[in-house]
Design a protein around this ligand. Structure first.
Ligand code: GRF
Length: 220
């Protein structure tokens, strides 16, 4: 049997998305295993979740490094040491440099709590995203799983889920609704990757049919 895809998850906070990925790997919904969880925040609850699930963890506090290059080099070495085939950003609050992104070509995913390409980019994280959505008057929001490129939140979109924005919605309530969708969507996207069913074509992602679906050869 081929070895399961080894996933490295980068976190900074609560880790509810990490938990969803852990559960999906445990139940076999994703044919993959979480090999390492890396945090830049020593107090991130995500680390507790990982440890409780018996997953290896590493903490590299960015404030203790002389440069962001040195910080990233350490994370990269850790991911390589664990022979990671996919890196999942799950609430990781550091923007990764082009050099880091290039080290894992087409192998870094992120989840964002809005419908990209709207409400993304530098400074758009956490409650700020939901406040901006509410201020815009948009009737829907949601979440996006995408491949990471050198431009924050601009990489090819893999999957999206939509939630309605109700009248009198609060940022908190919107975040909760979107969180539920995130925990459903991220495992699905990782599973598609693990099955080798994601093909990037320019800025679009094609989802290939499952193996054994009867498709013998693809014609164009
Ligand atoms: C999620 O809303 C995700 O979209 C964003 O950061 C948040 C992480 O939440 N990138 P959690 O730490 O997974 O609970």
């Amino acid at each position: 049997m081929p070895e399961l895809l080894r996933v490295g998850v980068l976190v900074s906070g609560g880790g509810s998305n990490l938990q969803a990925l852990v559960e999906a790997c445990r139940t076999g919904a994703i044919q993959a295993q979480i090999a390492i969880v890396v945090s830049n925040e020593p107090s991130a609850f995500a680390l507790t979740r990982a440890r409780q699930s018996g997953i290896a963890t590493a903490v590299f506090d960015h404030r203790t490094f002389a440069s962001s290059d040195a910080f990233e080099a350490r994370i990269r070495a850790e991911l390589e040491r664990h022979r990671v085939g996919l890196v999942c950003l799950a609430g990781f609050l550091r923007i990764l440099s082009p050099r880091f992104v290039d080290a894992f070509p087409g192998r870094i995913m992120n989840i964002h709590p809005a419908l990209l390409p709207a409400f993304g980019g530098k400074g758009m994280y956490g409650e700020r995203v939901h406040r901006a959505v509410l201020a815009s008057g948009a009737r829907v929001s949601g979440c996006t799983v995408h491949f990471v490129t050198a431009v924050p939140d601009a990489g090819p979109i893999i999957a999206q889920a939509v939630v309605p924005v109700d009248d009198d919605e609060t940022p908190h309530a919107l975040a909760a609704k979107i969180g539920t969708e995130e925990r459903r969507l991220y495992p699905l996207a990782v599973d598609l990757f693990a099955q080798g069913r994601l093909r990037v074509e320019g800025n679009r992602v094609r989802v290939l049919p499952p193996l054994g679906s009867g498709l013998i050869a693809e014609t164009r």
